[in-house]
Design a protein around this ligand. Sequence first.
Ligand SMILES: [Zn+2]
Length: 313
Amino acid sequence: MKKQLEQFAAEHTLSLNKSDMYGSYNGYQVSIRWGNIWTSSAFYVGFHVNLGNKANEVINWLTISQKKELRIANVTVDGSGFYCIFTNMTLGSSLKKAHTVLYAVIEYLKAQGIPGDVCPYCGLPMEEKKLVEDNFCLFNAHEACFASKLSQVQDAETAEASMPNNYLKGFLGALLGGLVGMLIFWGLFQLGFLASISSLVGALVGSLLYTKFGGKNNKMKIVIIAVVVFVLTAAAFFLCYLQVVRDAMTEAGVYGSTIEMLSYLLETNQEIRAAFWGDFAMSIVFTIVGIVVVAMSMVRQQKKVSSGMKKHS
Ligand SMILES: [Zn+2]
C-alpha cells in the first residue's frame, strides 16, 4: 500500500505524508487527502488556486458537466481553492481516479487561463511564500493572507462559543424528533416490522430541530438527543406491545388492566416472553445503531475549521 502511494507521489511530483500528499503538478498547487478523519472514507483531491471571477464558471463546469463524467460525489469550495470528493474504495482505484481528476481539471484550468502559481487566497503573485495547512491540506500562500483568514475563523468561532445556548428549547426540538421516531416505530409495527430506521430518523430530525430551536451543537447536544431518542423508542416498543395485548383482550371480551395482563403473560407464557424480549433486544440494537450514526455526523460537524489550519515552516 505504501509503495503504491510512493509511486503515485513520485509520478506526480508530490510530497507524501502519512495521510496526504501535496505539491505542484503541471504548474498547479494540488493536494490529495484520504481517511485522516476517523469517520470518513472520502478521498479529497484539492486544487489550491484562486478562481477569481471565474469561480462560478469553474464550479458549474465541475458540478454540472463533469460530476458524472469524472464520477465525483461532491465538490466543495473554500477561500483557498476547491476540492473534488469521491468515495474511497480500494487504494488502487482511488489513485487512478485521482489521476484522472487531476489531469482533467488542470487541463481545464489552463484553458480558462487561470494561473497556478499565485497565492490561493488573494490571487496575487508570491515572491515570498510560506507552506500553510488549511482544511488539513498543505500548500504555499502568502503568510499574511493565511494569518488573516485564520484570525477571521477564530473570531467567528469565539463569537459562536459566546452565543447563548438554550438547552430547554433544544430539548424540545430533540423531543419532537423523538416523537417522529416513535410514530415511525408505531406505523411499521402495525405493518409487522420492527422499525430499524425509526431511531435514525428520530435522531436526525431531533438534531435538526435541536439546532433550529436555539440549542448549540456541542457534546451536550449529542447526549440529550441520544437519551431522548433511546427513551422514546423504548417507550414506543412498550406501547406497541400494550396495544397488541389490549386488542387481544377486547377480542376475547376480557376486562381489566392491560399492563397487568402483559406482565401476567410475560410471567406465565414462555412463548410470549421469548418473543417480547427478543423483539426488545432487536429494537435496542437498531436504536443504538441509529443513534451512533447520527452522533458520528454531529461529531464531524463539531470539528472546528481552525483545527485544520496551521502554519508550517
Ligand atoms: Zn495572498
